[in-house]
Design a protein around this ligand. Structure first.
Ligand SMILES: [Zn+2]
Length: 483
């Protein structure tokens, strides 16, 4: 598909004329100008009509990306991170869409061959072909296809296109491609990365790839190796472990934008306040490598969770918590997720001075999470990941959130990817969804057009700047000690 847009990719949005904005609108959606006089959402299929003024504004407005797992660009270029199984076009399908493939019935040996670095990239299509029709229209599939269209100018994967896709993959994956994809193409102002290989990622681009400090290993386990060892503190008692937690906050608290925990993958987020005296004996057993009962493990985790959260609060760091759906396949206990929103409310009630950011709309139980954010001053909503999990539900969630929850508490975008390319696809889907949600609210008479337009800046970047104190963080991150 031709891009047909002369606007420089490096052109910033500030000060862009109406004509320039229209050109950018075309470039983001990658669709020629509509000649019917009724512009669709850019890049949208038939039926995706949005209010043209809303769509134009949404597609020209920068996003702040509040959740990613992006590996550093140099690790990606060197293929040195274990998340880069094969440095070829299959990499674009390796996060999330790989699960849809397995769930669609792709056998493990075909899966392994498809993602292997030992298979010729040109031969990979035959492993994918039987399953592609089943996954190409899911949100995960759509994000990848938008990336293929916009980065490689290839409409769809097929036997006829894989060679061109591989050539374009290699041409794109060059030094500087992170900024090219994220800033120039996806119009992302800054990202917030939750590094998966260590508690805090010392990024080479600290003001652009801002970082969360992971707290999960501070309380779950706890993780003696990953969190204890780097501190050099000899851990024999609970108070030693408190010092370990303090060490991480002392070292990285001022550089982190938030703390993050995905502990909801192992249990509900029903953390109770437990005094140190009640946890001390259990911690000693843990040090001696004795096995803990389920109750003991929960007691210890609960105590350490609140110790870490109090440190985060003292450092003015919002607490980001996974809620809802599980990545992966064939393991999610849906019954447990049913309790996440209720437990989230309880956290907010227990710690009124802590700002909680509940991630992923607690899918599929998102009405319940709206009630939490409506009721509690200290609850924020982060729609990260949701547009690719279920784009229709995410649009519905945003539509409901905008007429239910104060508009200052809504964060609309986080790609949630380790790979950079599909972040572009996710950003386009997010812009479509925002444009549609606002347009429907105007059409149905719940918002005036001017009210809808006024919401665009806050939900796409203004709230993130305020919630994560980004002006101050940017100042601090200009001068980090690791560069
Ligand atoms: Zn994530």
């Amino acid at each position: 598909m031709a891009r047909g847009n002369p606007v420089s990719r490096r052109q910033t949005l500030q000060g862009v004329s109406a004509l320039g904005a229209a050109a950018i609108l075309g470039s983001v959606g990658n669709v020629p100008a509509d000649t019917s006089g009724s512009p669709a959402v850019p890049g949208w299929k038939s039926g995706g009509q949005a209010n043209p003024e809303v769509a134009k504004r949404v597609f020209a407005t920068p996003l702040i990306d509040t959740h990613e797992h992006l590996i550093e660009e140099k690790e990606r270029l060197a293929a040195s991170n274990p998340r880069v199984q094969a440095d070829d076009w299959s990499h674009l399908l390796s996060h999330y869409l790989n699960s849809d493939l397995l769930v669609a019935g792709m056998p493990k040996d075909a899966y392994d061959k498809f993602f292997s670095k030992g298979t010729d990239p040109a031969d990979k299509w035959r492993y994918l072909a039987p399953y592609w029709p089943a996954v190409k229209n899911t949100g995960y599939g759509q994000a990848v296809r938008i990336a293929l269209q916009q980065l490689y100018e290839v409409d769809d994967l097929s036997a006829a296109t894989v060679r061109a896709v591989q050539a374009a993959y290699e041409k794109t994956r060059q030094p500087g491609f992170y900024r090219q994809i994220l800033c120039d193409r996806a119009k992302i102002e800054s990202c917030q990365v939750n590094c998966l290989s260590r508690p805090f990622g010392e990024s080479e681009m600290p003001t652009f790839l801002m970082q969360d400090l992971s707290i999960v290993g501070m309380f779950s386990g706890p993780d003696f190796q990953g969190f204890g060892q780097p501190t050099g503190i000899e851990v024999r008692s609970l108070s030693d472990w408190h010092r370990v937690i303090d060490w991480w906050f002392d070292k990285y608290g001022k550089y982190a934008v938030a703390v993050k925990s995905q502990n909801a993958y192992s249990r509900d987020i029903d953390y109770e306040e437990v005094p140190a005296e009640k946890a001390e004996g259990i911690f000693k057993k843990r040090c001696a490598n004795e096995s803990l009962t389920t109750t003991e493990r929960k007691t210890l985790e609960d105590h350490l969770f609140w110790y870490a959260v109090k440190q985060a609060t003292a450092h003015k760091l919002p607490v980001k918590l996974h809620t809802g759906y599980y990545a992966g396949q064939n393991r999610m206990p849906l019954e447990r997720l049913l309790h996440n929103a209720g437990s989230a409310a309880e956290l907010c009630r227990q710690a009124p001075d802590t700002r909680f950011v509940f991630m992923h709309i607690c899918y599929p139980y998102y009405e319940e999470l709206l009630a939490v954010a409506k009721h509690y001053t200290n609850a924020c909503l982060d729609m990260c990941w949701s547009w690719i999990m279920n784009p229709v539900a995410a649009t519905d969630f945003l539509k409901k959130a905008l007429v239910t929850v104060p508009a200052t508490k809504i964060l609309t975008f986080g790609g949630d990817y380790a790979s950079v390319e599909p972040v572009l696809g996710h950003a386009v889907m997010t812009r479509r969804g925002i444009a549609l949600a606002l347009s429907r609210l105007v059409e149905e008479g719940w918002l005036t057009l001017s009210d809808a337009l006024d919401l665009i800046d806050p939900i796409m970047h203004g709230n993130a700047r305020q919630i994560f104190n980004l002006a101050e963080k940017t100042r601090v991150l200009h001068d980090v000690p690791w560069r």
